[in-house]
Design a binder for this molecule. Structure first.
Ligand code: URA
Ligand code: SF4
Length: 252
C-alpha cells in the first residue's frame, strides 16, 4: 500500500481496519474481498412516474438542451416545491467528458450557498473516496445530484421532486456519456434505476441505466454516521475501479 493511499484510507476511517485485516487475512488494499464480477448484469425495468400534464413537453425540451441552456434552465427552474427554499440551484460540477459520473441526493446547506455539489462534510469524504481510487474532482469525473435544489432541513427528496428533476439528470448523462455511473445512496439509485433499491442488497452488482453500467454504494453522509460501513464503501469503490478498467479495455 502506498503512503498516499494509506493516508487516504485513514481519512476514510479505514486505516486501522485494513491493517487489522491484512495481518490475519492477507487481503490487499487494492483488491476487493467480495468479488462480484461473476454476478449477472441486472437490468431493471424503469418505472418513473408518468409525466404530469405539460411535463412531457418540458422533458423533451430539456432533452435537446446544450450545457449552457441546461445551466440557465436549472437556475430558473420552479417546477417543484424545492425551488421555494433554495438559495440557488446546483447543476453539477466536473469534466463534461468524464468517464465517471457520481450521483448524490441533493444539495445541502453549503452546496446551496456555494452552488457546487458535495462541498460540505459529506463532500470531503466523497473527495477522499475518489482519491482512494485515484480520481480527483474536476478530472475525468462529473458530480451531480438527483435533485438540483436543496430539500429543506436536508430531508430526503420526495419521489415527485426527484421525478420533476429527472429530465435534467437524464440530459446531463446524455451529454456526458460516462462509461460508469456510481449512485451514492438510495434516492440516487432509485432515481437512476426507476425501481426500489436497497443499497445493502444492491452493492457489488452491475446495473444499467440506458446501456450505461451503474453501480451503487452508500452515500457519504450516511457513512459519516455509520462508520462501520466505510469498509463496505471501500469494497464498492474497488469494484467500481475494476469495472472501469474492464469497460476501458472493452472500448479500446
Ligand atoms: N449530499 C448530496 O447528496 N449532495 C450534495 O451535493 C451534498 C450532500
Ligand atoms: Fe426544478 Fe429540480 Fe429545483 Fe425542482 S429540484 S425546482 S425540478 S431544478
Amino acid at each position: 500500500m502506498t503512503q498516499k493511499r494509506d493516508a487516504i484510507l485513514c481519512e476514510m476511517g479505514l486505516g486501522p481496519i485494513w491493517r487489522l485485516r491484512n495481518k490475519t487475512e492477507t487481503v490487499r488494499a487494492d483488491e476487493p474481498f467480495v468479488t462480484a464480477q461473476d454476478r449477472p448484469v441486472e437490468a431493471p425495468i424503469a418505472v418513473h412516474p408518468e409525466p404530469v400534464e405539460g411535463q412531457g413537453d418540458r422533458a423533451s425540451r430539456i432533452a435537446r438542451m446544450d450545457w449552457e441552456e441546461l445551466r440557465q434552465s436549472v437556475a430558473a427552474c420552479r417546477t417543484c416545491g424545492l425551488c421555494q427554499a433554495r438559495k440557488q440551484a446546483v447543476l453539477g460540477v466536473g469534466d463534461v467528458n468524464a468517464d465517471w459520473l457520481f450521483v448524490g441526493e441533493g444539495p445541502g446547506a453549503e452546496e446551496d450557498e456555494r452552488g457546487e455539489p458535495f462541498v460540505g462534510q459529506a463532500g470531503k469524504l466523497l473527495d477522499a473516496m475518489l482519491a482512494a481510487i485515484d480520481i480527483k474532482r474536476g478530472k475525468d469525473v462529473y458530480i451531480a445530484n438527483a435533485v438540483k435544489c436543496r430539500p429543506p432541513n436536508n430531508r430526503t427528496p420526495e419521489p415527485e421532486e426527484t421525478a420533476a428533476c429527472w429530465p435534467y439528470l437524464q440530459r446531463q448523462i446524455a451529454l456526458i456519456q460516462p462509461k460508469l455511473i456510481v449512485a451514492l445512496g438510495r434516492p440516487a439509485a432509485q432515481t437512476l434505476l426507476g425501481v426500489e433499491v436497497k443499497i445493502g442488497a444492491s452493492r457489488g452488482r452491475r446495473f444499467e441505466h440506458q446501456g450505461i453500467p451503474l453501480i451503487v454504494t452508500y452515500h457519504p453522509a450516511y457513512l459519516l454516521r455509520n462508520l462501520s460501513d466505510k469498509a463496505k464503501a471501500w469494497e464498492d469503490l474497488v469494484f467500481a475501479r475494476k469495472s472501469m478498467r474492464e469497460l476501458k479495455l472493452k472500448t479500446v
